[in-house]
Design a protein around this ligand. Structure first.
Ligand SMILES: [Zn+2]
Length: 322
C-alpha cells in the first residue's frame, strides 16, 4: 500500500506533500490529525459517542445499543475527578458526533481536550435539569436520578441520529424500567435496617444521592473535598473519629478510587471496620470481570457490601437485574 493513497484520502494538501517527502513523519501527522487513518473502518456509519465517565458510557451503550459506537474516557476503578487523555482519546474526540459529560464540575478535565482535539460534535451535559447547578456531581448514584440522566442521553442521541430515535426510545424505556426495579430492590433491602443503624462514612462525599434516596445518614468522609490528594488535617480526623464514636459507626467504606491509608487511621481510631476488601464502586465502575462493570451490577455490589458491613443481608436480586 503506497502513501499516495493516504494523500488522496486526506484533504489537506500540505499534509499530502509532507507524506511524499518524509514518510515516517507523515504517518505521525496522519495519526494526530485523524485524517484517513488506515486502520479506521470507513464504512462504519454508526453514531460516534464519547462519554467522560464509566457510568455515562454504560448508559450510552444501554440506550444506543448496536446503533452507536461508545468510547469512555475514564478508566475503570479510577477517580472521576482527574484525567489525562491519551492520544487515542484525542483522536476519538476529534471524530466524535456526541460528547456526553457529567457536568457540575466533575469532568471539566475534558474541556482542554475538547478544544485541543478539534471536537466539532455536540457536547451534552447529562445531569442537565436533574439537580440544580452547583450540586454535588455524583448524581448517578441514585438509580432514580440515573434514569433522568438516561432520558437526557436518549434525547441527545435521537437529535444526533433521528433515524434511530425510535430504537433509542425503546432501549431507554427498557433500561429505565430496570433502574426502577433496582431502586425498589435497594429500598426493600435497606428497609430491613433500623434507621439509627444506617450510618455512612466514606472516602469522599460521593454517595450523597444514594444516601438521601434510602434515608442513610452521612456521618462524614475521609476527604473533605473532591480533590484526590486533599488529605485531612489531624484535627479533622479527630473530629470525624469523635463523631463516629458518638453515633456508634460500625464501618468505613472506601471507594475503589481512594487511597485507603488515611481511612485505615480513622478506622483504627474509631474502632470501625474498614471495608476495603470489597470496595464500593462510586466514581467509576469496575473493570471487566470484576462483577461490577455495569452500573446495575456495581450498584447491586455496593448495596450488598453496605448491608453486610452493617450486619444485614439484601433480599434476593430480581431476575430482571441479572
Ligand atoms: Zn467522586
Amino acid at each position: 500500500m503506497g502513501f499516495n493513497r493516504f494523500a488522496q484520502r486526506c484533504s489537506n494538501s500540505a499534509v499530502g506533500l509532507l507524506l511524499l517527502a518524509i514518510a515516517t513523519l507523515a504517518l505521525m501527522v496522519l495519526s494526530v490529525s485523524g485524517c484517513a487513518s488506515p486502520t479506521k473502518s470507513s464504512d462504519d456509519s454508526r453514531l460516534k459517542v464519547v462519554a467522560t465517565t464509566t457510568q455515562i458510557g454504560d448508559f450510552a451503550k444501554a440506550v444506543g445499543g448496536d446503533a452507536v459506537q461508545v468510547r469512555t474516557l475514564l478508566p475503570a476503578g479510577a477517580s472521576a475527578h482527574h484525567f489525562d487523555p491519551t492520544q487515542a482519546d484525542m483522536i476519538a474526540l476529534a471524530d466524535a458526533d456526541v460528547l456526553l459529560t457529567n457536568g457540575l464540575g466533575l469532568d471539566d478535565f475534558v474541556n482542554d481536550a475538547v478544544e485541543a482535539s478539534g471536537f466539532h460534535g455536540k457536547k451534552v451535559v447529562t445531569t442537565g435539569g436533574v439537580v440544580p447547578d452547583g450540586s454535588n456531581p455524583h448524581v448517578w448514584t441514585a438509580p432514580v436520578l440515573a434514569g433522568q440522566m438516561v432520558e437526557n442521553i436518549e434525547v441527545a442521541l435521537a437529535e444526533a441520529d433521528p433515524k434511530n430515535a425510535a430504537a433509542f426510545e425503546e432501549n431507554a424505556i427498557g433500561y429505565q424500567a430496570k433502574l426502577q426495579i433496582l431502586d425498589q430492590w435497594i429500598a426493600t433491602s435497606i428497609s430491613t435496617v433500623p434507621s439509627e443503624a444506617r450510618l455512612f462514612v466514606s472516602g469522599h462525599d460521593a454517595l450523597k444521592y444514594y444516601l438521601e434516596a434510602y434515608d442513610i445518614e452521612f456521618v462524614g468522609s475521609v476527604l473533605h473535598s473532591f480533590e484526590d490528594n486533599a488529605e485531612p488535617t489531624v484535627a479533622e480526623m479527630d473530629e470525624l473519629i469523635a463523631h463516629m464514636n458518638e453515633l456508634g459507626v460500625k464501618a468505613i467504606f472506601v471507594e475503589s478510587s481512594i487511597n485507603p491509608k488515611t481511612a485505615e487511621a480513622i478506622a483504627k481510631g474509631s474502632g470501625a471496620k474498614l471495608i476495603d476488601e470489597s470496595v464500593i464502586y462510586v466514581d467509576s465502575l469496575g473493570a471487566e470481570g470484576s462483577g461490577a462493570s455495569t452500573y446495575i451490577t456495581a450498584t447491586i455490589h455496593n448495596t450488598k457490601t453496605i448491608l453486610e458491613a452493617w450486619g444485614y443481608s439484601v433480599t434476593a436480586v430480581p431476575g430482571e437485574l441479572k
